[in-house]
Structure formats: C-alpha cells, structure tokens
Ligand binder design. Sequence first.
Ligand code: F6R
Length: 599
Amino acid sequence: MCGIVGYIGSNNIKDFLLEGLKELEYRGYDSAGIAVLQDSELSIFKAVGKLENLVRKTKDFHPQGFGVGIGHTRWATHGKPTELNAHPHMGEFSYVVHNGIIENYKEIKKELDAKFVSQTDTEVIVHLFEKNLEELQEPQKAFKATIDALKGAYAILLITKAAPGKIFFAKHGSPLIVGRNGEEIYFASSDAPLIGHAKEVHYLEDGQWGVAKAGSVRLFQDDEEITPEYKPLTLNKELAQKGGYRFFMEKEIYEQSDVITETMMGRLQEDHIEFEELDEDFIQGINQIKICACGTSYHAGLSGAYLLEKLARIPVTCEIASEFRYKDPVLTSDTLFIVISQSGETADTLEALKMAKNAGLKTLSICNVDNSSIVRLADRTILTRAGIEKGVASTKAFTTQVMVLWMLALYFAQLRQTLASEAVVAECKAMAHTPAALKVHSSMHERIRRLSKRYLHGHGFFFIGRDIFFPLALEGALKLKEISYLHAEGYPAGEMKHGPIALADPELFTIALMPRHLLYDKIKSNVEELSARDSTICAISPVEFELADDFIKTASYEHFMLEYYEMAVVLQLLAMEIAIRLGNDVDMPRNLAKSVTVE
Ligand code: F6R
C-alpha cells in the first residue's frame, strides 16, 4: 500500500510532488522519495520515515522551468524501510515508482544481469526496462515488453534519460489516475493530490498503459490505442481520500477483498504456503504456541488458535495481553510466542512480548505497521499488508490478521505433516477464494442497511457462534459496541443455556452465526432454544432458517473459512449501519483511540 505521483510541466514541479505525497501519506510513511528529470539532468532524493524528512532533504532544491518528476510514499511490503529500499528505484539512466506487488520478481531478477541495490520487488522493473531498451532500441516498445513480463499488481510511473520529457505509465490491479490542465500532465494513485491542479482526469482501467509528454497522453488498452475518457475532478479533498465512501470504516470494509490479496501475495502458492519470514531452523523445537493480543487482534488470535489446532495439531493458547502480563505466567522454551497487533504500539501487547523475550522464548509478531515497536522487538514478523487503517473500529486489520494465521496454520501443518497433500491443496484453493468471500455486494449491503432500522433499541444483543465462529461472534459484538454504544456480548452458542438464556425476551436481539460447514445442527438447536424463549433472532446463514425473525442469506461456500469471511463482512456492515442510523461518528467513536499506547 503505497502512494505515487507524477508531473510533466513547468510550474513548480517540486511543490506538486511533495504536496501530492503529503495527500497520500496516510497510505504509508515508511519512506518517501522523488526524482526530477530536466533535460538529461537528474535529481533524486529519498528519506526514511515521515514525509517531513524528505521535505527537509529537498529544502535547497529549487528546480526551475520544464521537467518531469515522479514521487512515492512507501508502505513496506518487500524489504525493510531503508533509504535503499525507498522509491524511486534507479537503473543506469531510468527511474521508477511503483505501487503494488510484483509476484514474479524473483524469477525476473534471476534473468537480469544488473546490479541490484535494494531488497524490493520494484527494482526489477527498471532493470528489465533498460535491458529491453538495449534490445528493442525504442523506449515505448521497451516499456510495453517490460509490463508484459510482470505478474502481480502494479501502478507504475517510469522516467528515463532515453526519452526526456516523457512519463511511461501502466496500471494493473493498483489504482492510477492521469490528469491534465493545458500543457501540464499529472499522475496520482488517488484523486486527492490532483485537486486544485488537474482540471480533468482519466481513471485508468486494468491493462491500460501509455506514454505522456507536455500537453499529450497516448493511452493503450493492451495493444490497442484508445482515447482517454476525461472527467471533471471533484473538489473536496476529504471526500476524495474516502474514495466516495461515507466513512473510512466503510471504505476499509470494501477494501478488504483487495488487501487480502496483498496479504496472500508471494505466500499462498497453488499447493503450499511459503513464508520468507520463517524457516525450519526457527520453527525447530517448537511444541506449542501462545498467542497474545488485545481487542480485535485478540479475536483474530482466538480464531488463529482454532485453525492452528485443527490443521497443525499443535497445542495453542490465546490470552489477553493485559491479563497475561500480570499473572506470572508459566513460559517454557518450546513455546512460540505470537503477538498480534495492527498498530504495533499497543502497550500491553508490547509488554507481553518483552516478557516472552526475557523468558527466552522465540517470538513472532503479526503486525500491520512495519518498523513499529513490536516489529522491532520481535524475532520475526509477518506483515499483514492491510495498508493504513483510519477507522478506529478495526476491520481490514482483523481479516488480514486471520488470513496470516490461517496461512501460518497451514505452514505448520506442512512442516508437521498433519495434513495429507490433497488436504493442503484444498486449503490453498479455499484461501484463493477469500477475496470473493470478502467482496461487498450492493444487494447485501442494501439488505443490511434496511434491516438495521429494527435494531436500534432493545436491551441488548447476543452474538452467538460455535467453534471458530465464537471469536467471530465476539468480534461482531465488539464492532457494534464501539461504534453504536449499544450493549452487546459475544457468546459461545452452547454456553447460553448455562446462564445467559435467562435474559431471553423479545427485546433481546440474538445475532446467530450459522455456517453450513461447521456444527450447523448444533448451533441450530441453540438458536431454537432462544427462539422458544421469544428472543428476536437475526440469523446469518447460507441455509434458510424458518424460525428467524430476520435472515441474512450468505453464499454457499465449500469451506467454513469462506463462510467465516463473508459473515465477518456482514457483522461489520451491520454495526456500521446501526451506528450511522443512531447518528454516531463511525470513524471516531467516543472515548476510543486508534492506538492504545498506555496501559
Ligand atoms: C477494535 C480495535 C481495538 C484494537 C486493540 C488492539 O476495533 O481496534 O480493539 O484491536 O486496541 O490494537 P492493536 O491491534 O493495534 O494492538
């Protein structure tokens, strides 16, 4: 998750690039860089950390007159956040910025006889372009041959001394916009940097690429030249950052189906899981796992515990970090200690990690923010690659954490040989369907929106589920609590009759998670018991359930995890729509902070 900008023209090139990057900084701030080409004179600046470091570095740089420039703000996916890994990446005479992931970069790298200075996937693009140029002698052909060789997701801007005054661009899977205002041409990965500069914009579609120079953009769809479809640009920056959604939370719910692809990229293979972050040496001697986290991350951890035990047959416990750190826990050296955190800064989780390290345990963090305190402290880290999460109520961080844990469970299953190879392939196949399960369909969203009006009052909610759907129920209840301020509890469905069922009456809303592929008959009888006591039931299931007062039908998937993912989205939307109807600020709920850095 990075941001890119580009500019062709004579009007203060540096200011456009830096201001544009400022608008995109929310997408990543591990490092930033710009490259400006004027005739054959190149100036390049890069800095680790926030954009202000780059601004400081460029304070004496005052390019005058015509030039082309590209800029990038980075959210590390391959390689640490260092200056060498920061974009733009350089060949001998060409420079590139890229947003996305090049899946086949290792194969391309092997074929190139170039000097690589970074650990990134991006650097192959510029070396491959220069090699192609040597062979084809024509920059546009060389650029096309380059993008044809790339697999994965990309939005690319490339400048080269072999064609000064031009920017080569391409989009596949990652967003890219080209804008114009007279002779000036602009590029950006979202609207916000273009507002106040470009008068009209063309939103590139996948497979589109081209070459731009002052006053002209040549656009191609695969091999055919096409005319850009320019539209006037919106003028509201906040709206532009939210991509047209009402709240960042809504945008992030919709984004899940895309970001999960980034979580899996390079890790999920057709018949196995690969983690370049792990190796057999590290895993050697581990006989049990302890997971520690807070809030939503804890719910992801609980879900992971079910998966690890099911698939890898390894004993797992999962604990709330604020409890763990004061209970004088027994820690044994054959335990892998996993902490999960979106921010990487949660004080209790960080302390729990320190305790595990002091006890000599191997530690692994599953985190969304590279270079955060938790990432720096843990022995190993698997990044969730969800991109910056702005809504205080966590959504895409949760689903990507669960994905890392599912892949980890399968990785352990491979090493411990607890699954037959056909079963491993079946899990991989199911994982590949996750983006579809996370996709928000407008009919589903509309149904939830309409139904939400019946759930604004009453004296409380029970979210119930069994097995791995129990932590999902906990997460559904937490989402509702934090943004609607209504009382909600998550409960294991089988436990209701041991006490909570006493609360059942028509004013008690039961949100029942009823997957087809996991204990369906068991949960069905639990819900029947509640219905018999007049609780109002909202059933979420692919199987019609006649006792439900409301029914949200989910798709019929073959694997329970795909049911889990679709239901996660349903619960997020339900909480959001109820909170919106109640008039709450969904992105900034009262009393909460995005990152809890105090005890
Ligand atoms: C709920 C939520 C919190 C966080 C918790 C841990 O939507 O966001 O419960 O999950 O504060 O935060 P991280 O994951 O940053 O350690």
